[in-house]
Design a protein around this ligand. Structure first.
Ligand SMILES: Cc1cc2nc3c(=O)[nH]c(=O)nc-3n(C[C@H](O)[C@H](O)[C@H](O)COP(=O)(O)OP(=O)(O)OC[C@H]3O[C@@H](n4cnc5c(N)ncnc54)[C@H](O)[C@@H]3O)c2cc1C
Length: 387
């Protein structure tokens, strides 16, 4: 079945694809979002997201921030490494921002974005699973399955925001396997510290506690095999092991919620425009380790910059090589810096070599004492390399 063509087709209405559609809502362009999830189906993704202050500003601009409820604030980040001295504290007040970041469940963000798409009457087709994408000189062609039928859609610009599966076979990403999985769950403890997030580096991988409601969202990174075993521990064993691993900073760990595991790695598409009239966005462009909470924050900046590029393009330039090359140039510094920063953190901290450990401790102490270093790191985390 042939669907009438559109100016822009966004493959994947996840957090990044939906944000792009909303950022272009006043463009007058005919935009269509193809999302594999069925209509009205809430996402059941268990992860919590830490959003930076910069992402809050972008979500305000696309009109979604006020619709987000149950958002917890991060005003201080405590960074330390296990079995070593040296720690750094980043405070919002020192950096002249009201908050460093925010924590909310992925489904809450997705729900608010879905609702905004509906309210704006943006053409979002749910239950549409894209199976093929082809680029040609004048347009891209998308094949998708819906209700058991095959559909074809022609577009001047196909934006791939599907998280990275559709083109992975045809255009394999560069992959770095860290050998780690992230176990995520909600925990409560006896002495939660208001608005404070913790990032603790260990040789197994980082552990993060993100303040959420009365407790914390825990992201506990470990080698794949151990992470699978941790899923099966009973609650008491899990809490005891966490206490031993994390220490006493938030008192005793009291309860643990449902546990879920995600394999981690770095995937980086070598080209953001692998075929004509096509561009990759968000996790489809780069999937990063969650250690620095950069994934969605970076994807949102991708979406914002692409919307800007589209809105500034002459009508006949939409989806052309020149327009897409300009977008790639615009994103290069931020994307490369974000990938290097995240990858560097994981590799630098995932070992127990005594000399390296001492160097890291000294670096954390230096970060704590040097205002310009703090400002540099915090600005990168909040706003990316393009500021
Ligand atoms: C454990 C963990 C913790 C994380 N924590 C953070 C954090 O604190 N902060 C942060 O910024 N990031 C974090 N991230 C990263 C963040 O989750 C991702 O960067 C973000 O979800 C990427 O959004 P996306 O829209 O690009 O892709 P996705 O979230 O993967 O969404 C893709 C969408 O495309 C749809 N889709 C897929 N295939 C098709 C198809 N063929 N046809 C149509 N639709 C399709 C899917 O249904 C989905 O809705 C974390 C990741 C993990 C694993």
């Amino acid at each position: 079945m042939n669907t009438p063509g559109c100016d822009i087709a966004i493959i994947g209405g996840g957090p990044v694809g939906a944000s792009l559609a909303l950022a272009m809502r006043d463009s007058g362009l005919n935009t269509c979002v193809l999302e594999a999830r069925p209509a009205q189906a809430a996402s059941n993704d268990a992860r919590a997201l830490a959003l930076s202050y910069g992402s809050r500003l972008l979500l305000e601009r696309i009109g979604v921030w006020d619709a987000l409820h149950d958002v917890s604030c991060i005003r201080t980040i405590h960074i330390s490494q296990r079995k070593s001295f040296g720690r750094a504290l980043l405070h919002a007040a020192e950096l002249n921002v009201p908050e460093l970041g925010y924590v909310l469940p992925y489904p809450a963000l997705q729900g608010a974005l879905d609702k905004a798409l509906q309210q704006d009457a943006i053409s979002a087709i749910y239950g549409a699973s894209v199976t093929q994408l082809r680029g040609a000189d004048d347009r891209a062609t998308i094949e998708y399955q819906m209700d058991g039928a095959q559909h074809t859609l022609h577009t001047r610009l196909a934006v791939v925001a599907d998280g990275g599966k559709l083109l992975a076979q045809q255009y394999p990403p560069e992959v770095r396997d860290y050998g780690q999985s992230a176990l995520i769950t909600h925990i409560t403890c006896s002495s939660p510290q208001a608005d404070m997030a913790y990032e603790r580096f260990t040789s197994q991988g980082p552990v993060a506690l993100l303040p959420f409601q009365a407790g914390y969202e825990l992201v506990w990174t470990a080698p794949h095999q151990l992470a699978q075993e941790m899923l099966a521990w009973d609650d008491k064993k899990f809490l005891d092991e966490l206490q031993h691993h994390f220490g006493e900073r938030v008192g005793d760990f009291l309860t643990v919620g449902k546990r879920t595991c995600f394999p981690l790695g770095l995937k980086r598409a070598p080209q953001l425009t692998p075929m004509p009239h096509t561009v990759l966005l968000g996790n489809a462009a780069q999937t990063m380790h969650p250690v620095a909470g950069q994934g969605f924050n970076m994807g949102l900046r991708d979406a914002w910059e692409l919307a800007h590029e589209i809105l500034n393009a002459a009508p006949e330039a939409l989806g052309t090589g020149a327009m897409l090359a300009s977008y790639c140039t615009q994103r290069r510094a931020d994307r490369e810096a974000g990938i290097r920063f995240t990858d560097g953190l994981v590799r630098l901290f995932s070992n127990d070599l005594p000399l390296v450990s001492a160097g890291r401790a000294a670096a954390l102490s230096a970060l704590d004492c040097l205002p310009f270093a703090k400002r540099f790191v915090a600005t990168r985390m909040m706003f990316g390399a393009n500021g």
